[in-house]
Design a protein around this ligand. Sequence first.
Ligand code: ZN
Length: 271
Amino acid sequence: MPLNPLYKVIAGTCALSWVLATTGCAQVSSVEAPVPVSADVYADQTGDSRFEPGALQQQASGYSVQSGNLLGKQGVSGAMVVIRAPDGAVTVFVDREGNRGLLQVDASGKRTFTPDVEFDPLQLDTVEDKPQETRLSALPAPGAVTYVDALVGFTTQALAAREVDPYAFALGQMEWVNLSLRNSAVRNIELRLAGILVTQEDIPVTTAGLSTWQQRLTALRSSYRHDINAGFSVGGDAGGWAYRPGYSSVNSIHGTSPFKHEMGHNVGGAH
Ligand SMILES: [Zn+2]
């Protein structure tokens, strides 16, 4: 393993703008009035259920995000997150009984659905850590939202294994957690994407990979000022690993739900 690995951005100005999108890159297109993604785009993913979208959130990067529950005859039957890229490409996270995965529709209208890989829900996936010393800080004002900023990393191997727009995928992962928080009536905590990066270093979904992601992403804190680290990888021995409690996780690119699960461990939740 190299002692001083350099993060490399995938060649191309588009990838560069993904990385710089949250730091004011001039290449990012200007923000336009948000337009919801047409229901026709994801109609065949919802089955008998109806999508109940929440507010359309327009990002400074030009991406838009919308999420909500799926409602069937028996009540809530699942959830969906819909992300639209500035070029019109759409990424949809679908979580419905018998239909979990990613629908991607590129700017030319070509559709691809990649189902999630199901991971063994009983497998241990935490590395127990000593609770951090808590600093005394002022309580937030009533009604104020505390933002948790995440730096999200991808290995090139993971992006080759599941061909996603990493920026859309990272935004969707944040929103997946935010939707869960809202569904749990938690209104004062929100995840935010601080930035994404891509590394050619192969970091697998193992406890060693967890340690590597933590080191690599924490090293960039002075640039991104982020709170948590999330790595998306391929290969290894689990759907994800997280420190418990902690601020880092490694997650399989083949699942839409591991990150949500591992975040629960980061904040101290048992398996
Ligand atoms: Zn777990």
